[in-house]
Design a binder for this molecule. Structure first.
Ligand SMILES: Nc1ncnc2c1ncn2[C@@H]1O[C@H](COP(=O)(O)OP(=O)(O)OP(=O)(O)O)[C@@H](O)[C@H]1O
Ligand SMILES: Nc1nc2c(c(=O)[nH]1)N=C(CO)CN2
Length: 177
C-alpha cells in the first residue's frame, strides 16, 4: 500500500498512541495490545507509560477505564499504522457501538512527527487529545523533554491550560519493556 499523505516521508517515524480499556480484563488487554503492536515487523514499542485508572469522560454510565500511552518507532505511513491499530482493537474483541461508550480496547493515534492530516478516517494531531487528562497525563510519561516536533510543548501547554487534574489515579507500572 502506498500512502498519499503529501507531507509523509518513508523514514522511520516516532508515533505516539493512547490506549484505553474499560471492559473485561483491562490490564491484560493493554498488555496484549502492546505485544501485538510490537510483534508487527515494522513497529517497535519504544516507551510505555504508567497505567492510570480514570473516570469515564463523555458517557458517564460505564465502568472506569485503564488508560496509558506509548511511543512507537515505525516505518509505516500514518494510515497504515491506524489500520494496524484497528486490527489490534478488533482482535481484542472491540465492538463499535456507543460513541464514547464502553470498549474492550481503544487505540488512538495521537501524533506522528508533527504531521497535520485531515482525511475522512484519520485526523492528526488527534483533535481531542489536548482536552483529556486521560490522554495527557500518560503521554507526559513518554514524551522526552527534547522531543523535536512540538509534542512536548503541546502536552505542557495543555496541562497548564486544564489546571488541576481530576478523575485520574496512578494504577500501576508500565506493562511492557
Ligand atoms: N487520530 C485518530 N486516531 C484514531 N482514530 C481516528 C483518528 N482520527 C480519526 N479517527 C477515526 O475515528 C473513528 C472512530 O474512532 P473511535 O470509535 O475509536 O472513536 P472514539 O474512541 O469513540 O472517540 P475519540 O476519537 O474521541 O477517542 C475511527 O474509525 C477512525 O477512522
Ligand atoms: N476515562 C476515559 N474516558 C473515555 C475514554 C477513555 O479512554 N478514558 N475513551 C473514550 C472514547 O474515546 C470516551 N471516554
Amino acid at each position: 500500500m502506498t500512502d498519499t499523505t503529501p507531507n509523509f516521508t518513508s523514514e522511520r517515524s516516532e508515533a505516539y498512541i493512547a490506549l484505553g480499556a474499560n471492559l473485561g480484563r483491562r490490564e491484560e488487554t493493554l498488555r496484549e495490545a502492546l505485544r501485538m503492536l510490537n510483534e508487527h515487523s515494522q513497529i517497535d514499542v519504544v516507551r510505555a507509560s504508567d497505567v492510570y485508572e480514570t473516570d469515564p469522560v463523555g458517557y458517564a454510565d460505564q465502568p472506569a477505564f485503564l488508560n496509558m500511552a506509548a511511543a512507537l518507532r515505525t516505518a509505516l505511513a500514518p494510515h497504515q499504522l491506524l489500520a494496524v491499530m484497528q486490527d489490534v482493537e478488533n482482535r481484542l474483541g472491540r465492538v463499535r457501538d456507543i460513541r464514547y461508550g464502553p470498549r474492550t480496547a481503544d487505540l488512538d493515534l495521537l501524533w506522528m512527527d508533527g504531521l497535520s492530516i485531515e482525511s475522512t478516517d484519520l485526523t492528526l494531531p488527534h483533535p481531542r487529545m489536548h482536552e483529556r487528562f486521560f490522554v495527557l497525563i500518560p503521554l507526559d510519561d513518554v514524551v522526552p523533554q527534547d522531543e523535536p516536533s512540538g509534542l512536548r510543548k503541546l502536552v505542557d501547554d495543555s496541562l497548564i491550560e486544564l489546571g488541576e487534574a481530576s478523575g485520574i489515579v496512578r494504577f500501576g507500572s508500565p506493562l511492557f519493556l
